[in-house]
Design a protein around this ligand. Structure first.
Ligand SMILES: Nc1ncnc2c1ncn2[C@@H]1O[C@H](COP(=O)(O)OP(=O)(O)O)[C@@H](O)[C@H]1O
Ligand SMILES: Nc1ccn([C@H]2C[C@H](O)[C@@H](COP(=O)(O)OP(=O)(O)O)O2)c(=O)n1
Length: 234
């Protein structure tokens, strides 16, 4: 981790597999710290959605490169929520379907997509005062982030959490099907050649299988505030 002093505060990286709690904790931690929440997964999902609409296959690197050259992704606050815009269109809901989730896992493995979003993510976070959640934040996007967490949980628990989420949205997927999809996404995210899901050597691992969101938040907030205080001492 770096001793860089940044204009707006430190950079916090939260990596981990699907359903570990990254988005939930990033939102809460960002609110506690007054930091900006950067949902890098939503950026990859936006690329996947726009590629699907344009009829670009998940392995069409030339087509994906061309799409990413002109695609503008932005986040806008909407009260407590954060809307995701693709070329100015609010795609917050459409990017969250399981179909787009699986397509995103394939699209996000492609080098041109990773290269394009890497540039965007570094531009968004370079001045600090940000929390980025994803798969490769602490290893590729900001290897010098002052604070890194690797948030995990058992596949069964992550599948259960995702199942409850889907059921609340009226999705009829069974628990067994949802666990299987979580494991499939894990394999794809961990096994890909470019920027695979991996714990950074200097990341603080947190297994949330048997922890509440508030318990995880307490551990994270304490670690970040300790690092900020250390930086202020100089
Ligand atoms: N420690 C936890 N205990 C119980 N439920 C959790 C925990 N962390 C997250 N959840 C729930 O699990 C679901 C997935 O969490 P989310 O933050 O979207 O994970 P990720 O961003 O890692 O995919 C959400 O419904 C969230 O409320
Ligand atoms: N920094 C990132 C963030 C997400 N991805 C990929 C991996 C995931 O399968 C998809 C969707 O990510 P997202 O965080 O939205 O998915 P989950 O909420 O963890 O289920 O994008 C990535 O490759 N790199």
């Amino acid at each position: 981790m770096s001793d860089t002093v940044r204009e707006n505060g430190v950079i916090v990286a939260i990596d981990g597999p699907s359903g570990a709690g990254k988005s939930s904790l990033t939102k809460l931690l960002a609110r506690r710290l007054g930091y900006i929440h950067i949902d890098t997964g939503a950026m990859f999902r936006a690329v996947a959605l726009m590629a699907k609409r344009a009829g670009i296959a998940a392995d069409d690197d030339a087509g994906l490169a061309g799409l990413c050259r002109t695609l503008e992704i932005s986040f806008v606050r909407d009260g407590e929520a954060c809307r995701v815009l693709a070329n100015g269109e609010d795609v917050s809901r459409e990017i969250r379907t399981e179909e787009i989730g699986l397509l995103t896992s394939a699209v996000s493995a492609r080098k041109p997509v990773r290269a394009a979003l890497l540039t965007m993510q570094r531009a968004m976070g370079a001045k600090g005062g940000v929390i980025l959640e994803g798969r490769d934040i602490g290893t590729v996007v900001f290897p010098d982030a002052e604070v890194k967490f690797f948030l995990s949980a058992s596949a069964e628990e992550r599948g259960r959490r995702r199942y409850l989420e889907l059921a609340a949205r009226g999705d009829s997927a069974t628990l067994e099907e949802t666990i299987a999809k979580v494991i499939q996404r894990d394999r794809q995210d961990e096994g890909r050649e470019h920027a695979p899901l991996k714990q950074a050597a200097d990341a603080l691992p947190i297994d949330s299988t048997s922890l509440s969101i508030d318990e995880v938040l307490a551990v994270m907030e304490s670690a970040v505030r300790e690092r900020i205080a250390k930086g202020e001492k100089g």
